[in-house]
Design a binder for this molecule. Structure first.
Ligand code: ZN
Length: 71
C-alpha cells in the first residue's frame, strides 16, 4: 500500500511540473484588467500598468482576454 501511495505522489509531481512548464506567460494590464499575448501590439505599448505573469494568475485576478490577440 505504501508503494501505491509513493507512485501516486510521484505522478502528482510530474503532472504538477508539466503544468508549471506549460504555464503561459501573458502581459496583464492591472488598470484595464485585460491580458495580452506577449507579442500583442497592445502589450508592447503597455509599459506603465502592465506586468508579466501566468495566464492562470491573470484570470484569477479578474483578467479578461484581449479581443485583438485573444490573450
Ligand atoms: Zn492583446
Amino acid at each position: 500500500m505504501k508503494k501505491v501511495f509513493l507512485i501516486f505522489c510521484f505522478l502528482f509531481f510530474i503532472v504538477f511540473d508539466l503544468n508549471v512548464a506549460n504555464a503561459k506567460i501573458v502581459v496583464f494590464n492591472t488598470k484595464t484588467l485585460k491580458y495580452h499575448n506577449v507579442y500583442c501590439k497592445y502589450a508592447q505599448k503597455c509599459t506603465v500598468n502592465c506586468i508579466k505573469l501566468e495566464q492562470e494568475k491573470a484570470i484569477k485576478r479578474g483578467g479578461k482576454a484581449c479581443k485583438v490577440c485573444g490573450g
